[in-house]
Design a protein around this ligand. Structure first.
Ligand code: HEC
Ligand code: HEC
Ligand code: HEC
Length: 426
């Protein structure tokens, strides 16, 4: 599991075959809870219900992504968030009185989530209070109650290591004035109870926009293009607006499978999306996953688009096909159909169908580390081919995949591949 995440975009960087998907969904059915804990306003403070709710909300808001390292104690902090402004670290939020938030009361906790202000400092927006601002007071209290039940850990928080002038914390007061908004904008239209619940789960808790919405030069979310996709780190966050999702073939059912299991007919979760599924969405109730999906697609979803037929240069396609057969087909199938328990399908894969070949090229160059998906599925790693294949070969492969299974123009040039090779090992 990676501990270095990328969030605030290039500007703040945070680090299947249908049969396979069906197996996973079946595995998940038994694993994940089928009901959502009672809503915040109906639980009694200090009750077991409130703790259960707090535990669930802490997962839904994915606090662990930035506050628990792969090897550290829960919520003891230390996760590194890399950015062009410098490095941020998730703080110790265990109830330790000296190093954690043990001396805080529920009001102070709410103020940190809602305003980004703690008893002694202004937080940087690497802590996504721009999203958590919409969280209800009752839900904040439940998370507070749950965190206060955790084991106190006496580890000091690592201080952010930022370049001038970003290291001037008081500057955040000025950042918050134009950029801290009471609500985020919506990419879809809806008003059903499921859509409203999905809006709350996606914005106030799951903070999807923090990665999927583009950012401006000050690291602020661009509210005019909600969920339209963002450069992020090595792997870009795709467009997940209703039009963006329909264009690459997502249906409501497949999205729910993706959030519950990390694998759908459109592909697997990788890069920064893998921890989101691994630590957060897999634990959500079926109703809540359906709500998130309704929010993403809108109350009147667009029909998923079939893969378009594309004409492309026959010589280029033939060269790409030969490379695919020699190098990739062993795992992804000769017809791009994928292999259960080995690798996802390339035919209709959302990464292959993406207008921008960025993530396709990154997957081929860098590979994807071995990942353990919810339930029983774990896929071996996908090897990187940066060392074996030339710029020309990788361009031919990209073009073959895009034109044959992606419905996308075969316009990837060797120069594009060259520009995306990592200059330093990662
Ligand atoms: C995207 C990463 C990220 C996520 C997700 C995240 N945090 Fe944070 N959090 C941070 C960072 C980074 C800091 C330190 C910010 C700074 O140095 O100004 C922080 C600071 C805090 C602080 C201030 C601690 C102190 O001692 O000042 C609290 C409280 C906190 N987070 C609670 C939470 C809770 C609760 C959640 C889930 C609801 C959460 N965070 C989710 C990144 C994150
Ligand atoms: C040893 C088996 C193996 C080989 C060989 C292989 N892959 Fe993969 N590939 C995988 C696995 C496994 C995944 C999913 C990894 C995950 O998400 O954990 C994957 C994922 C991908 C993805 C990301 C899409 C998604 O939804 O996960 C792309 C694109 C891709 N492979 C393209 C290729 C291409 C092109 C080649 C040949 C150059 C290739 N792969 C060779 C195993 C392989
Ligand atoms: C830490 C950054 C991050 C967060 C937070 C995040 N995502 Fe993602 N997401 C990504 C990246 C990077 C990808 C591309 C890799 C992949 O397809 O798995 C992605 C892929 C996806 C995809 C697949 C899109 C496609 O066409 O292939 C969907 C759907 C998605 N995210 C939905 C969500 C939702 C809903 C949330 C909030 C609950 C969310 N994401 C939160 C980074 C993030």
């Amino acid at each position: 599991m990676m501990t270095k995440l990328r969030y605030l975009g290039k500007a703040l960087r945070m680090a299947a075959a249908p049969a396979l998907a069906a197996t996973l969904l079946a595995a998940c059915d038994s694993g994940s809870s089928s009901s959502t804990p009672a809503a915040g306003s109906t639980v009694k403070p200090g009750s077991a219900d409130q703790l259960a709710l707090g535990r669930y909300l802490t997962k839904a808001a994915d606090c662990a992504a930035c506050h628990t390292t792969a090897t550290g104690a829960p919520f003891a902090g230390g996760v590194e968030l890399a950015s062009p402004f410098g490095k941020f670290y998730g703080s110790n939020i265990t109830p330790d009185k000296q190093h954690g938030i043990g001396k805080w009361n529920a009001d102070q906790f709410y103020k940190a989530l809602h305003d980004g202000v703690t008893p002694d400092r202004h937080l940087y927006p690497a802590m996504p209070y721009t999203s958590y601002r919409s969280m209800t007071r009752a839900d904040s209290d439940a998370i507070y109650a749950y965190l206060m039940q955790q084991k106190p850990v006496a580890v000091p928080s690592k201080q952010a290591d930022l370049k001038f002038p970003y290291n001037m914390r008081f500057g955040m007061m000025f950042w918050n004035v134009p950029f801290l908004k009471n609500s985020l904008s919506d990419a879809s239209a809806g008003q059903s109870p499921a859509w409203l619940r999905g809006q709350y789960l996606s914005n106030a808790l799951g903070h999807c926009a923090e990665c999927h919405s583009p950012r401006g030069v000050f690291g602020q979310l661009d509210l005019s293009k909600p969920l339209a996709g963002a450069a992020l780190g090595r792997v870009a966050a795709p467009n997940i607006t209703p039009a963006g999702l329909a264009a690459v073939g997502w249906t409501a059912a497949d999205l729910q499978t993706f959030f519950a299991t990390g694998i759908a007919p459109q592909g697997s979760a990788y890069g920064e999306m893998f921890p989101v599924v691994h630590l957060s969405t897999q634990y959500l109730s079926k109703d809540d996953l359906a709500a998130i999906t309704t929010y993403l697609l809108g109350d009147k979803p667009l029909p998923p688009e079939p893969v378009k037929a594309i004409s492309a240069d026959a010589v280029e396609l033939d060269a790409g096909k030969r490379l695919y057969t020699a190098v990739c087909a062993g795992c992804h199938g000769f017809q791009g159909e994928g292999k259960p328990h080995v690798a996802v399908a390339m035919k209709g894969n959302s990464t292959v169908r993406n207008t921008d070949p960025h993530n396709l090229i990154v997957a081929m160059l860098d590979g994807i580390e071995a990942q353990k998906f919810p339930g029983t599925e774990s896929l071996q790693d996908m090897p990187g081919f940066a060392g074996q294949l030339s710029d020309k070969e990788l361009a031919q492969l990209s073009n073959f995949l895009r034109a044959t299974w992606g419905g996308q123009a075969a316009e990837v040039t060797p120069d594009r591949i060259k520009s995306m090779r990592l200059t330093t090992a990662h």
